[in-house]
Design a protein around this ligand. Sequence first.
Ligand code: ADP
Ligand code: MG
Length: 253
Amino acid sequence: MEDPVVLSAEHLHKSFGEGDVLCGVSMQVRKGELVSIIGPSGCGKSTFLRCLNFLEIPDSGKITAMGVTIERKDAVWRRADEHMAHRLRTHVGMVFQSFNLFPHLTVLDNVLLAPRVVKGEGGEVERAEAMALLEKVGLARVAQRYPVSLSGGQQQRAAIARALAMRPEIMLYDEPTSALDPIVAEEVLGVMRTLDDEGMTQIIVTHDMRFAQVASDTIVYMDGGHIVESGPPEVLCVNPAHEQTRRFLRTLL
Ligand code: ADP
Ligand code: MG
């Protein structure tokens, strides 16, 4: 039996004034799936990812994550919508290219902050859980250090641990390794593979075609605010249906 759909986006539109950045993007992701989104710079990948957890509010369309549905029918963003978006975000963790750790907090306190603020947790149990997460990403040893003293790869792994502290069922990553050299990037991608083995649902925007090919269940090719095509790596990379996809893949060689 196929795994259940845990995240779906239907007909998402988004513009920032002139021209549409997302022109009706739809996607379904199943539990435990690892999806890589690729495409040329400026084609709307980040905007799409940010819309999935309402960091960016789509102009129209519908998103369902872990049973929480938000549908935009008109231009008004209501309190009730913000409430639902808040609920949805507790299921969907996000990691950025630039890590975005709090510089004035230790690694451990970075991981503890979100559960404390959002869920009102902060006791010994949470501390132990946060340490377990740091152990998982290989950072238990540096838990008491500040972000500035860590390598880029360590900072990104700390950012992943921080997102995981909210116990999301779905993780989004926007070019998590683009600021890292290849060897350090490998440590970050290793964490994602571990999470994949544990059944985490993950969507990654990436330029790393090697990782996308080896680790993804599905690769999505975006261009000009559309999903041009998607499929398993062995189909999309070897025998894409569209000339546009073929041309983009050639630019990466
Ligand atoms: P990608 O991640 O694929 O490089 P983005 O989603 O970041 O693409 O951007 C798509 C387009 O939307 C670009 O033309 C970008 O300039 C524009 N854009 C993104 N965010 C904003 C914003 N907050 N305000 C105005 N334009 C934006
Ligand atoms: Mg981007």
